[in-house]
Design a protein around this ligand. Structure first.
Ligand code: NAD
Length: 306
């Protein structure tokens, strides 16, 4: 195709896609059924992982729950069964360990079958200034928050590709789109997780695997206990999120094949400004919004929220 034709095609399609987005404001996308899908959730033993499991349970999906904590995972399974889940499999898996991920993935394939919705949710936070954080904790953060995504994709993506059917979900963070003082290793791990998920999504598109969808979730602080002590400076502008609300929004995003989910909505403006404003102005905005002090009162998870 020549330059003129390609440019014209690009312009016509951009108008069409913009109109599509406009229409979607009034007519929401149809939600796909997840009944019968095999949903694997890492870090299912508490917080958002557990709540997503409960949502999927009531929608008729088969659940595969991974966690490093046996008790929390068993409790999620119990609650999911109460919610109507017919098939729930729990596995002890340390997602920071590649060999463990591959071993448990093989076990899942033998015992349950192909995973069709993969949710990389397990996450940890060091909560220390970079300069004070022990190397071991920095490495662990990268292993759980990023590298585990590589290994789970390696394990479960081939079957999705063979069937041209599946959904890859990355529970990242708004800290994966904007740097935060006191969260260097966590931000790095989440930036990487987003870059990884985005790139594999493009790889699937380029291979014609349009039946494999991707959802990348970037929430602000959620009241799960993971970031205990931290909060918003201006809660009316950027509220701390309630876990049940976040879980429901994620399930909705998966069911409507939404690629990016950023919560709360006001963050779309903040992220847009970050990319548009001169650096000094962006820093000023960061100071105003409290981004320099988010981590000052960090306590983190003292005891798991059940
Ligand atoms: N809580 C927040 O404010 C917040 C904000 C943005 C993004 N997130 C992200 O959302 C996800 C869920 O967070 P949450 O608040 O529900 O946290 P959470 O601490 O309640 O749950 C995390 C789960 O991951 C499990 N886990 C930790 N290390 C593991 C490992 N090596 N292998 C297997 N499982 C492991 C834990 O046992 C726990 O059950 C995380 O990826 C987190 O980074 C959280």
């Amino acid at each position: 195709m020549n330059f003129l034709l390609e440019t014209l095609q690009m312009l016509v399609l951009s108008i069409y896609y913009n109109l599509e987005v406009f229409v979607r404001l009034f007519i929401p996308a149809r939600k796909k059924s997840v009944s019968g899908e095999v949903v694997l959730i890492t870090g299912a033993g508490s917080g958002i992982g557990r709540l997503m499991a409960l949502e999927f349970a009531s929608l008729g999906a088969s659940l595969v729950l991974w966690d490093i904590g046996v008790e929390g995972n068993a409790e999620t399974a119990r609650l999911a069964t109460e919610k109507g889940a017919t098939t729930v499999h729990t596995y002890l898996c340390d997602c920071s360990n590649k060999a463990d991920v591959y071993r448990v993935a093989d076990q899942v394939k033998r015992e349950v079958g192909d995973v069709s919705i993969l949710i990389n949710n397990a996450g940890i936070v060091t909560g220390k200034k970079f300069i004070e954080a022990p190397d071991s904790l920095i490495e662990k953060t990268m292993e759980v928050n990023t590298m585990a995504h590589f290994w789970t994709y390696k394990a479960f993506l081939p079957a999705m590709m063979a069937n041209n059917h599946g959904h890859l979900v990355s529970i990242a963070s708004s800290a994966g789109m904007i740097g935060v003082n006191g969260l260097a290793d966590y931000c790095a791990s989440k930036f990487a997780a987003i870059g990884f998920a985005e790139s594999v999504a493009l790889e699937m598109l380029s291979l014609g695997k349009d039946g494999i969808k991707t959802t990348i979730v970037c929430p602000f602080f959620i009241n799960t206990g993971m970031f205990e002590g931290c909060g918003s400076k201006w809660p009316r502008l950027i509220p701390t999120l309630e876990p049940v609300y976040v879980a429901k929004k994620i399930i909705n995003a998966i069911r409507t094949d939404q690629v990016y989910l950023i919560l709360p909505r006001s963050l779309y403006v903040v992220l847009g400004l970050k990319n548009l404003l001169p650096v000094k102005l962006a820093v000023l905005l960061g100071v105003y919004l409290g981004a320099f002090n988010f981590m000052d009162a960090f306590k983190g998870r003292v005891k798991k929220t059940q």
